[in-house]
Design a protein around this ligand. Structure first.
Ligand code: BJW
Length: 230
C-alpha cells in the first residue's frame, strides 16, 4: 500500500466475532437494557447501582477465557507494524481486544471498560473486582465517587484533538464494524473526505454513512480485514 498517514476507526462489529454483543440489535435492547437507562450521566445519577451492576457484568464477560481478539484485531496490529509512525487506530469500543492483539498507537475514544474514574479528582484507576455504588475511592477516600471510565451520551469523547489532527493529515481512512449512528465518530469520514483521503468502509452491511465512502467491503470483519490488509 502506498499511504503515508492511515487512520482506522473501529466499532462494535470488529469485536462481534470475539463474542461481544453489538449495540443496535433489531430489538433495540442491549443486554436487556435500553441504552438510555445505562449509558447516560442522567442514568448514573438516577440509579448508580443499576449502572455499576451493568458495567460489572460487562467486565466479567470481557474477562471470560473464551473472549479473545479475532483475526481482524490481529490484522490491524500487523498493519500498524508495517506503517509504524504513520498509523492511528481509533476505537469506539471499550473492550481491550485491540491491545491484546498487539495494537499500540490506539485511542479509546469512548473510554475503557476495565478502568474507573474518580468524579472528584478525575483520576483514572484500573478496576479491581466488582464495584459497589458506595465503594471508597483510593484517591480521595470518599464513598460513592467512582464511575466507569466510559463516555456516555452527552459527554465529550476522549482525545478529540489528537483524532482531528490525524484525520486532517490522513490519506487513508478505514471504518470497520460501526453502524454510523453515533457522533462525532460518524462524522470522521467527512473530515477524511475533505482532505482528499481515500475512504473505505468494511462492515457486515451498509452503514448509515455508507454514501460518504469511496469504497465498500461487505462481509464479516474477521474475513474482510485480513484480506484487505494482506
Ligand atoms: C459487523 C459484524 C462483523 C456486526 N463484521 N461488521 C450530531 C448529530 C446527532 C446527534 C449528535 C451529534 N453530535 C453528537 C450527538 C449526540 C450523541 C449521538 O451521536 N447521538 C446519536 C445516537 C443520534 N453523541 C454523543 O453524545 C457523544 N458526545 C458528543 O457528541 O459530545 C459533544 C461533542 C461536540 C463536539 C465534538 C465532539 C463531541 C458521545 C457518544 C458516546 C457513545 N457511547 C456509547 C456507550 C458507551 C460505551 C459502552 O457502555 O459500551 O458507545 S453508545 C454505543 O454506540 C457505544 C459505541 O461505541 C457507539 C457506536 O456503536 P457502534 O460501534 O457503531 O456499534 P453498533 O452496534 O451501532 O453497530 C455495529 C456495526 O457492526 C453494525 O453496522 C453491524 O452491521 C456491524 N457488524 N457484526 C463486521 N462480524
Amino acid at each position: 500500500m502506498r499511504y503515508q498517514h492511515i487512520v482506522i476507526l473501529t466499532g462494535a462489529g470488529i469485536s462481534a466475532e470475539s463474542g461481544i454483543k453489538t449495540f443496535r440489535a433489531a430489538d433495540g435492547l442491549w443486554e436487556n437494557h435500553r441504552i438510555d437507562d445505562v449509558a447516560t450521566p442522567e442514568a448514573f445519577e438516577r440509579d448508580p447501582a443499576l449502572v455499576h451492576t451493568f458495567y460489572n457484568q460487562r467486565r466479567e464477560q470481557l474477562l471470560l477465557p473464551d473472549i479473545q481478539p479475532n483475526a481482524a484485531h490481529e490484522a490491524l496490529a500487523r498493519l500498524e507494524q508495517h506503517f509504524a509512525g504513520q498509523f492511528l487506530l481509533v476505537t469506539q469500543n471499550i473492550d481491550n481486544l485491540h491491545e491484546r492483539a498487539g495494537s499500540q498507537n490506539l485511542i479509546h475514544m469512548h473510554g475503557e471498560l476495565l478502568n474507573l474514574r474518580c468524579t472528584t479528582s478525575g483520576q483514572v484507576f484500573p478496576h479491581q473486582g466488582p464495584v459497589m455504588p458506595d465503594a471508597r475511592c483510593g484517591c480521595c477516600d470518599q464513598h460513592g465517587t467512582l464511575r466507569p471510565d466510559i463516555v456516555w451520551f452527552g459527554e465529550m469523547p476522549m482525545q478529540m484533538e489528537l483524532i482531528y489532527d490525524a484525520l486532517e493529515a490522513c490519506d487513508l481512512f478505514i471504518s470497520i464494524g460501526t453502524s454510523g449512528h453515533v457522533y462525532p465518530a460518524a462524522g470522521f469520514v467527512e473530515i477524511a473526505n475533505s482532505v482528499g483521503a481515500e475512504t473505505v468502509e468494511i462492515n457486515l452491511e451498509p452503514s448509515k454513512t455508507q454514501s460518504a465512502f469511496d469504497r465498500h467491503i461487505y462481509g464479516p470483519a474477521s474475513r474482510e480485514v485480513p484480506l484487505f490488509v494482506e
